[in-house]
Design a protein around this ligand. Structure first.
Ligand code: SF4
Ligand code: SF4
Length: 56
């Protein structure tokens, strides 16, 4: 899964729903580690900015 950095406002909502802790919050951006991500789609469902998708 990928985060569109232009849409993401770094709210952190996606981080808490990830079952495998694949999402990391840095000071100015949120990043998904696709070596860990199992593509469950939960982060995309909860993102209020609709910034997460399965392709860039
Ligand atoms: S798709 Fe699922 S496993 Fe991948 S980052 Fe989002 S919540 Fe985590
Ligand atoms: S839920 Fe969406 S807007 Fe919030 S940090 Fe995650 S990707 Fe960014």
């Amino acid at each position: 899964m990928y985060i569109n950095q232009h849409l993401c406002d770094v709210c952190g909502t996606c981080v808490s729903v990830c079952p495998v802790d694949a999402i990391e919050v840095f000071e100015t951006q949120v990043v998904i580690d696709n070596d860990v991500c199992i593509s469950c789609g939960k982060c995309a469902q909860v993102c209020p900015a609709r910034a997460i998708g399965d392709a860039l």
